[in-house]
Ligand binder design. Structure first.
Ligand code: CTP
Length: 398
């Protein structure tokens, strides 16, 4: 619940501004007071009247509005909130924030504030992927700005890809996470999860049996302790948890790119079952049966994401946790794997069919660190996740 929380909602000028009207309602339903600020461009998409009616508050928009300045100066406005939410955060607003510009009320408030800021970006996919936006995003994350979304999907401009603003309830979950009390508040944690799918041709792929259940449970447990969680997931059987930023991917290469885009983080938990190989030249047409015999697939090695991140000279997360699914000599193999990959901890488990762990609801893990191997009793995957999250919280605190 958000009762007695005061949210300053800055609405940028993008088509997604219509979702911000619903966002106001959802925030107010949960007890928050919403003070809306519209940029000039936002007024082209939603009217101050509808925003004001939904918020039951005056709408601010003009930096040089003498009446507003007399009632509540822009400095006071920027500091009176418990949280500033920028939704939609357009490429322009993100650029202004990253560059420290203050030439209208919204950007001036964002410069003048000492209140936490949560951005929900929304823009065309090319704009989102533009190097300038990538730079601005990294800068803002380094400045401590939090993000929710964007999601991937059909866009109002007719293109498809990442750039859609998160849905109002996803933004509400991110707002609630900002107020969550817990040892991981203010920490940003990356979790990879699920299998990857490596295409053979447009209709076939190589995959593995990972359900994504353990990775999903870890992400949820971390979010419950207050962490901002970026959840990079392959095509899993279980739905992603709520209250985390979901980045869906299919292949190992996409997962690797998404991990890079998520950095910097305070901790990385690599629970994904990443395919070690991909088909070197996946066909763009469906392979047909042929009289010439069976097709021959050549493989190429996928990036080892855990190893690459563990060995980064710049930007290595302070805590890197890998998983090891083994079928024999679990401690010996997982201990060697920790050294080979260069991560801090390995969560090892025995996935031989007799254990019923792969695809099941329980897990029996061994936490391997530089102080040795610690065997945990067999328990539900959610319980394993809660224990691990609490150990991560201890490690980041210490
Ligand atoms: N991992 C990764 N990228 C890869 C392969 C694995 O990030 N391309 C991560 C997994 O998410 C997991 C850890 O590495 O945290 C161990 O995965 P595993 O497949 O057991 O490691 P491998 O190096 O492939 O070892 P093995 O020889 O046992 O297959």
């Amino acid at each position: 619940m958000l009762s007695s929380k005061r949210i300053l909602l800055i609405i940028g000028g993008g088509i997604a501004a219509y979702k911000s009207l619903d966002l106001i309602r959802r925030l107010r339903e949960r007890g928050a007071a919403v003070t809306p600020v519209l940029t000039r461009a936002a007024e082209e998409f939603v009217t101050p009247l509808s925003v004001s009616a939904l918020a039951s508050e005056k709408v601010y928009g003009d930096l040089f509005d003498l009446t507003a300045e007399a009632e509540m100066g822009h400095i006071q406005l920027s500091r009176s909130a418990d949280l500033i939410v920028v939704a939609p955060a357009t490429a322009d607003l993100m650029g202004k924030m990253a560059g420290g510009l203050a030439n209208d009320l919204a950007s001036t408030l964002l410069m003048a504030t000492d209140t936490p800021v949560l951005c929900a970006p929304a823009m065309n996919v090319r704009m989102w992927e533009h190097p300038a936006t990538r730079r601005n995003l990294k800068q803002l994350q380094a400045d401590g700005v939090c993000f929710v979304g964007p999601n991937e999907g059909d866009m109002a401009c007719g293109e498809y890809g990442p750039g859609r603003m998160s849905e109002p309830l996803e933004i509400v979950a991110a707002v609630e996470a900002q107020f969550a009390a817990g040892p991981l508040v203010g920490k940003r944690v990356l979790v990879t999860s699920g299998p990857t799918h490596e295409p053979i041709d447009p209709v076939r792929y190589i995959a593995n049996r990972s359900s994504g259940a353990q990775g999903s449970a870890v992400a949820q447990a971390l979010a419950e302790l207050g962490a901002e969680v970026i959840f990079v997931t392959g095509p899993a059987d279980v739905p992603p948890p709520s209250g985390v930023q979901v980045v869906p991917v299919e292949t190992a290469q996409q997962m690797s790119d998404a991990v890079d885009a998520a950095l910097p983080v305070d901790a990385g938990v690599f629970a994904a079952a990443v395919a070690d190989w991909r088909v070197a030249s996946a066909s763009d047409k469906k392979l047909k049966k042929s009289r010439d015999g069976l097709p021959v697939l050549e493989f190429a090695e996928n990036p080892d994401i855990l190893k690459r991140v563990s060995r980064m000279e710049n930007g290595r997360p302070p805590l890197v946790v890998g998983f090891a699914a083994e079928t024999d000599d679990v401690i010996e193999h997982a201990t060697a794997k920790r050294l080979r990959k260069g991560c801090d901890w390995i969560v090892a488990n025995d996935v031989s069919p007799a254990t019923g762990i792969m695809g099941g609801s329980e897990n029996a893990v061994i936490l391997i660190s530089d102080s040795g191997a610690e065997e945990w009793p067999r328990m539900g995957k959610a319980e394993v996740a809660r224990r691990l999250a609490s150990r991560i919280a201890d490690a980041l605190a210490g």
